[in-house]
Design a protein around this ligand. Structure first.
Ligand code: NDP
Ligand code: 8X3
Length: 256
Protein backbone atom coordinates (compact mmCIF):
# COMPACT_ATOMS: atom_id res chain seq x y z
CA UNK A 1 0.00 0.00 0.00
CA UNK A 2 1.37 3.43 -0.92
CA UNK A 3 0.90 6.62 1.10
CA UNK A 4 -1.06 9.40 -0.59
CA UNK A 5 0.44 12.11 1.60
CA UNK A 6 1.25 15.15 -0.58
CA UNK A 7 -0.46 13.56 -3.58
CA UNK A 8 -2.68 15.87 -5.62
CA UNK A 9 -5.99 14.28 -6.57
CA UNK A 10 -8.42 15.90 -9.01
CA UNK A 11 -12.01 14.68 -8.60
CA UNK A 12 -14.66 15.68 -11.13
CA UNK A 13 -18.24 15.59 -9.89
CA UNK A 14 -17.06 16.11 -6.31
CA UNK A 15 -20.28 17.87 -5.23
CA UNK A 16 -22.34 14.72 -4.66
CA UNK A 17 -22.51 10.94 -4.34
CA UNK A 18 -19.45 8.89 -5.27
CA UNK A 19 -17.31 11.97 -5.99
CA UNK A 20 -18.06 13.57 -2.61
CA UNK A 21 -17.45 10.28 -0.76
CA UNK A 22 -14.19 9.79 -2.65
CA UNK A 23 -13.06 13.29 -1.67
CA UNK A 24 -13.56 12.37 1.98
CA UNK A 25 -11.76 9.01 1.57
CA UNK A 26 -8.78 10.60 -0.19
CA UNK A 27 -8.64 13.41 2.40
CA UNK A 28 -8.64 10.84 5.20
CA UNK A 29 -5.68 9.20 3.44
CA UNK A 30 -3.80 12.52 3.49
CA UNK A 31 -4.12 13.59 -0.16
CA UNK A 32 -4.54 17.21 -1.25
CA UNK A 33 -7.66 17.66 -3.34
CA UNK A 34 -8.96 19.62 -6.28
CA UNK A 35 -12.74 19.37 -6.05
CA UNK A 36 -14.47 20.14 -9.35
CA UNK A 37 -18.18 20.46 -10.17
CA UNK A 38 -20.77 22.97 -11.34
CA UNK A 39 -22.45 23.47 -7.94
CA UNK A 40 -19.72 25.64 -6.48
CA UNK A 41 -21.33 26.23 -3.09
CA UNK A 42 -21.25 22.49 -2.39
CA UNK A 43 -17.60 22.01 -3.28
CA UNK A 44 -16.60 25.14 -1.38
CA UNK A 45 -18.32 23.78 1.72
CA UNK A 46 -16.69 20.35 1.26
CA UNK A 47 -13.29 21.95 0.67
CA UNK A 48 -13.47 23.89 3.98
CA UNK A 49 -14.81 20.88 5.88
CA UNK A 50 -12.13 18.47 4.64
CA UNK A 51 -9.37 21.02 5.23
CA UNK A 52 -10.50 21.50 8.82
CA UNK A 53 -11.14 17.83 9.53
CA UNK A 54 -8.10 16.21 7.92
CA UNK A 55 -5.55 19.05 7.65
CA UNK A 56 -5.16 18.59 3.88
CA UNK A 57 -5.05 21.33 1.23
CA UNK A 58 -8.13 21.70 -0.94
CA UNK A 59 -8.98 23.72 -4.05
CA UNK A 60 -12.64 24.05 -5.08
CA UNK A 61 -12.93 24.49 -8.83
CA UNK A 62 -16.04 25.55 -10.76
CA UNK A 63 -16.00 23.28 -13.78
CA UNK A 64 -18.55 22.12 -16.33
CA UNK A 65 -16.90 19.17 -18.05
CA UNK A 66 -19.16 19.54 -21.11
CA UNK A 67 -17.46 22.86 -22.03
CA UNK A 68 -14.19 22.10 -23.87
CA UNK A 69 -12.87 25.67 -23.80
CA UNK A 70 -13.63 26.04 -20.10
CA UNK A 71 -12.00 22.68 -19.31
CA UNK A 72 -8.84 23.60 -21.24
CA UNK A 73 -8.71 27.09 -19.74
CA UNK A 74 -9.37 26.12 -16.11
CA UNK A 75 -7.29 22.93 -16.01
CA UNK A 76 -4.54 24.44 -18.15
CA UNK A 77 -4.09 27.31 -15.69
CA UNK A 78 -4.18 25.67 -12.29
CA UNK A 79 -2.30 27.61 -9.58
CA UNK A 80 1.35 26.40 -9.60
CA UNK A 81 1.36 23.96 -6.67
CA UNK A 82 -1.83 22.30 -7.99
CA UNK A 83 -0.65 21.63 -11.53
CA UNK A 84 1.22 18.32 -11.05
CA UNK A 85 -1.84 16.12 -10.57
CA UNK A 86 -1.04 12.59 -9.40
CA UNK A 87 -4.50 11.04 -9.58
CA UNK A 88 -7.36 12.02 -11.87
CA UNK A 89 -10.75 10.61 -10.83
CA UNK A 90 -13.03 10.98 -13.84
CA UNK A 91 -16.30 10.64 -11.95
CA UNK A 92 -18.60 13.40 -13.28
CA UNK A 93 -21.48 11.73 -15.05
CA UNK A 94 -25.21 11.35 -15.25
CA UNK A 95 -28.11 9.47 -16.70
CA UNK A 96 -31.22 11.12 -18.09
CA UNK A 97 -34.44 9.21 -18.61
CA UNK A 98 -35.24 5.54 -19.02
CA UNK A 99 -37.24 5.77 -22.24
CA UNK A 100 -37.19 3.26 -25.02
CA UNK A 101 -34.74 4.42 -27.66
CA UNK A 102 -37.50 5.04 -30.20
CA UNK A 103 -39.20 7.35 -27.68
CA UNK A 104 -36.04 9.01 -26.30
CA UNK A 105 -35.53 12.72 -25.73
CA UNK A 106 -32.74 14.25 -27.81
CA UNK A 107 -31.81 16.65 -25.02
CA UNK A 108 -31.31 13.69 -22.63
CA UNK A 109 -29.04 11.99 -25.16
CA UNK A 110 -26.99 15.14 -25.72
CA UNK A 111 -26.46 15.63 -21.99
CA UNK A 112 -25.35 12.05 -21.36
CA UNK A 113 -22.99 11.92 -24.33
CA UNK A 114 -21.60 15.41 -23.65
CA UNK A 115 -20.95 14.65 -19.97
CA UNK A 116 -20.07 10.97 -19.75
CA UNK A 117 -18.06 10.64 -22.95
CA UNK A 118 -16.96 14.03 -24.26
CA UNK A 119 -16.49 15.54 -20.78
CA UNK A 120 -14.31 12.63 -19.69
CA UNK A 121 -12.27 13.04 -22.88
CA UNK A 122 -11.80 16.80 -22.45
CA UNK A 123 -10.61 16.42 -18.84
CA UNK A 124 -8.33 13.50 -19.68
CA UNK A 125 -6.82 15.42 -22.62
CA UNK A 126 -6.08 18.37 -20.33
CA UNK A 127 -4.45 16.37 -17.52
CA UNK A 128 -2.67 13.35 -19.00
CA UNK A 129 0.08 15.20 -20.96
CA UNK A 130 1.43 16.55 -17.63
CA UNK A 131 1.44 13.02 -16.22
CA UNK A 132 3.36 11.82 -19.27
CA UNK A 133 5.92 14.63 -18.87
CA UNK A 134 6.39 13.68 -15.19
CA UNK A 135 6.41 9.95 -15.93
CA UNK A 136 3.85 9.21 -13.22
CA UNK A 137 0.14 9.35 -12.57
CA UNK A 138 -3.07 7.39 -12.24
CA UNK A 139 -6.31 7.90 -14.15
CA UNK A 140 -9.36 6.28 -12.54
CA UNK A 141 -12.52 6.34 -14.60
CA UNK A 142 -15.92 5.65 -13.09
CA UNK A 143 -17.66 3.32 -15.50
CA UNK A 144 -20.68 1.24 -14.55
CA UNK A 145 -22.25 -2.19 -14.81
CA UNK A 146 -24.04 -0.32 -17.62
CA UNK A 147 -20.70 -0.42 -19.44
CA UNK A 148 -20.79 -4.21 -19.44
CA UNK A 149 -24.50 -4.97 -19.79
CA UNK A 150 -27.56 -3.40 -21.38
CA UNK A 151 -30.95 -3.12 -19.69
CA UNK A 152 -34.38 -1.98 -20.90
CA UNK A 153 -34.45 1.79 -21.39
CA UNK A 154 -30.72 2.02 -20.68
CA UNK A 155 -29.83 2.48 -24.37
CA UNK A 156 -27.87 5.77 -24.52
CA UNK A 157 -26.66 5.71 -20.90
CA UNK A 158 -25.37 2.16 -21.46
CA UNK A 159 -23.74 3.30 -24.71
CA UNK A 160 -21.91 6.10 -22.89
CA UNK A 161 -20.65 3.72 -20.19
CA UNK A 162 -19.59 1.18 -22.82
CA UNK A 163 -17.69 4.10 -24.37
CA UNK A 164 -16.03 4.81 -21.01
CA UNK A 165 -14.93 1.16 -20.89
CA UNK A 166 -13.45 1.42 -24.40
CA UNK A 167 -11.72 4.72 -23.60
CA UNK A 168 -10.23 3.28 -20.40
CA UNK A 169 -8.79 0.33 -22.31
CA UNK A 170 -7.64 2.57 -25.17
CA UNK A 171 -5.87 4.99 -22.84
CA UNK A 172 -4.09 2.09 -21.13
CA UNK A 173 -2.76 0.99 -24.52
CA UNK A 174 -1.76 4.51 -25.56
CA UNK A 175 0.05 5.07 -22.25
CA UNK A 176 1.82 1.74 -21.93
CA UNK A 177 5.43 2.34 -20.86
CA UNK A 178 4.69 5.87 -19.65
CA UNK A 179 4.54 4.85 -15.98
CA UNK A 180 0.89 5.83 -15.69
CA UNK A 181 -1.85 3.58 -14.35
CA UNK A 182 -5.32 3.55 -15.88
CA UNK A 183 -8.16 1.93 -13.96
CA UNK A 184 -11.91 1.64 -14.15
CA UNK A 185 -14.24 1.21 -11.20
CA UNK A 186 -17.65 0.02 -12.37
CA UNK A 187 -20.43 -0.04 -9.79
CA UNK A 188 -23.92 -1.44 -9.92
CA UNK A 189 -26.68 0.23 -7.95
CA UNK A 190 -25.40 2.97 -5.61
CA UNK A 191 -27.79 5.21 -3.71
CA UNK A 192 -26.83 8.78 -4.63
CA UNK A 193 -28.56 11.62 -6.47
CA UNK A 194 -28.12 9.54 -9.65
CA UNK A 195 -31.77 8.41 -9.92
CA UNK A 196 -33.09 11.85 -8.94
CA UNK A 197 -31.09 13.28 -11.85
CA UNK A 198 -32.11 10.41 -14.16
CA UNK A 199 -35.79 11.11 -13.47
CA UNK A 200 -35.44 14.89 -13.74
CA UNK A 201 -36.07 15.55 -10.03
CA UNK A 202 -38.95 13.06 -9.54
CA UNK A 203 -38.08 12.02 -5.97
CA UNK A 204 -40.84 9.42 -5.68
CA UNK A 205 -39.68 7.57 -8.78
CA UNK A 206 -36.04 7.86 -7.71
CA UNK A 207 -36.80 6.36 -4.29
CA UNK A 208 -38.44 3.31 -5.86
CA UNK A 209 -35.15 2.31 -7.52
CA UNK A 210 -33.72 1.46 -4.09
CA UNK A 211 -36.87 0.01 -2.52
CA UNK A 212 -36.58 -3.42 -0.86
CA UNK A 213 -32.87 -3.68 -1.55
CA UNK A 214 -29.71 -2.65 0.23
CA UNK A 215 -27.78 -0.84 -2.48
CA UNK A 216 -24.14 0.17 -2.37
CA UNK A 217 -23.37 3.43 -0.60
CA UNK A 218 -21.09 6.04 -2.18
CA UNK A 219 -18.66 5.23 0.65
CA UNK A 220 -18.49 1.58 -0.50
CA UNK A 221 -17.41 2.74 -3.94
CA UNK A 222 -14.99 5.34 -2.56
CA UNK A 223 -13.36 2.56 -0.53
CA UNK A 224 -12.82 0.54 -3.73
CA UNK A 225 -11.43 3.59 -5.55
CA UNK A 226 -9.02 4.32 -2.70
CA UNK A 227 -7.89 0.69 -2.70
CA UNK A 228 -7.07 0.90 -6.44
CA UNK A 229 -5.15 4.13 -5.83
CA UNK A 230 -3.06 2.75 -2.99
CA UNK A 231 -1.70 -0.42 -4.65
CA UNK A 232 2.09 -0.48 -5.16
CA UNK A 233 3.12 1.45 -8.32
CA UNK A 234 3.78 -1.72 -10.35
CA UNK A 235 0.20 -2.95 -9.75
CA UNK A 236 -2.62 -1.60 -11.90
CA UNK A 237 -6.21 -2.60 -11.14
CA UNK A 238 -7.57 -2.56 -14.68
CA UNK A 239 -11.24 -2.95 -13.95
CA UNK A 240 -13.27 -3.51 -10.82
CA UNK A 241 -16.97 -4.37 -10.97
CA UNK A 242 -18.62 -3.73 -7.62
CA UNK A 243 -22.22 -4.59 -6.88
CA UNK A 244 -24.57 -4.86 -3.91
CA UNK A 245 -24.82 -8.43 -2.65
CA UNK A 246 -28.52 -8.40 -3.53
CA UNK A 247 -27.76 -7.42 -7.15
CA UNK A 248 -26.55 -10.20 -9.45
CA UNK A 249 -26.54 -8.30 -12.74
CA UNK A 250 -27.88 -5.08 -14.24
CA UNK A 251 -31.32 -6.70 -14.49
CA UNK A 252 -31.39 -9.27 -11.66
CA UNK A 253 -31.79 -8.05 -8.09
CA UNK A 254 -33.46 -9.53 -5.03
CA UNK A 255 -36.01 -7.21 -3.43
CA UNK A 256 -37.66 -7.95 -0.09
P1 NDP B 1 -24.62 12.05 -8.37
O1 NDP B 1 -25.72 12.61 -9.19
O2 NDP B 1 -24.80 11.99 -6.90
O3 NDP B 1 -23.26 12.83 -8.69
C1 NDP B 1 -22.91 13.18 -10.00
C2 NDP B 1 -21.79 14.19 -9.97
O4 NDP B 1 -21.43 14.51 -11.33
C3 NDP B 1 -22.18 15.48 -9.28
O5 NDP B 1 -21.14 15.89 -8.44
C4 NDP B 1 -22.34 16.46 -10.43
O6 NDP B 1 -21.93 17.77 -10.03
C5 NDP B 1 -21.34 15.90 -11.44
N1 NDP B 1 -21.61 16.38 -12.80
C6 NDP B 1 -22.67 16.09 -13.58
N2 NDP B 1 -22.60 16.77 -14.73
C7 NDP B 1 -21.46 17.52 -14.67
C8 NDP B 1 -20.84 18.46 -15.53
N3 NDP B 1 -21.38 18.79 -16.72
N4 NDP B 1 -19.68 19.02 -15.15
C9 NDP B 1 -19.13 18.72 -13.94
N5 NDP B 1 -19.66 17.86 -13.08
C10 NDP B 1 -20.83 17.27 -13.43
O7 NDP B 1 -24.36 10.59 -8.95
P2 NDP B 1 -23.25 9.48 -8.65
O8 NDP B 1 -22.35 9.89 -7.57
O9 NDP B 1 -23.97 8.21 -8.53
O10 NDP B 1 -22.48 9.48 -10.04
C11 NDP B 1 -21.08 9.56 -10.16
C12 NDP B 1 -20.62 8.67 -11.30
O11 NDP B 1 -20.92 7.31 -10.97
C13 NDP B 1 -21.30 8.93 -12.64
O12 NDP B 1 -20.32 8.84 -13.65
C14 NDP B 1 -22.30 7.79 -12.75
O13 NDP B 1 -22.59 7.49 -14.09
C15 NDP B 1 -21.52 6.68 -12.07
N6 NDP B 1 -22.28 5.55 -11.60
C16 NDP B 1 -23.31 5.70 -10.70
C17 NDP B 1 -24.00 4.60 -10.24
C18 NDP B 1 -25.18 4.70 -9.34
O14 NDP B 1 -25.97 3.73 -9.24
N7 NDP B 1 -25.35 5.79 -8.60
C19 NDP B 1 -23.61 3.24 -10.65
C20 NDP B 1 -22.53 3.19 -11.61
C21 NDP B 1 -21.89 4.30 -12.04
P3 NDP B 1 -22.67 19.15 -10.41
O15 NDP B 1 -24.10 18.81 -10.73
O16 NDP B 1 -22.50 19.98 -9.19
O17 NDP B 1 -21.89 19.66 -11.57
C1 8X3 C 1 -25.53 3.21 -12.79
C2 8X3 C 1 -25.92 1.78 -12.65
O1 8X3 C 1 -27.51 0.02 -13.56
O2 8X3 C 1 -28.46 2.13 -12.74
O3 8X3 C 1 -24.54 3.34 -13.74
O4 8X3 C 1 -27.29 2.04 -14.84
S1 8X3 C 1 -27.35 1.49 -13.50
Amino acid sequence: MISLKNYIVLITGASSGIGAASARAFAAAGADLILAARRVERIEAAASQLRAEFGVETLPLALDVTQPNQVAQVLGNLPGRWAPIDILLNNAGLSRGLDKLQEGQLQDWEEMIDTNVKGLLYVTRAIVPGMVARGRGHVINIGSIAGHEIYPGGNVYCATKHAVDVLTRALRIDLVGAGIRVSSVDPGMVETEFSLVRFHGDAERAKKVYQGIQPLTPEDVADAILWCATRPPHVNIQDMIIMATAQASATVAHRK
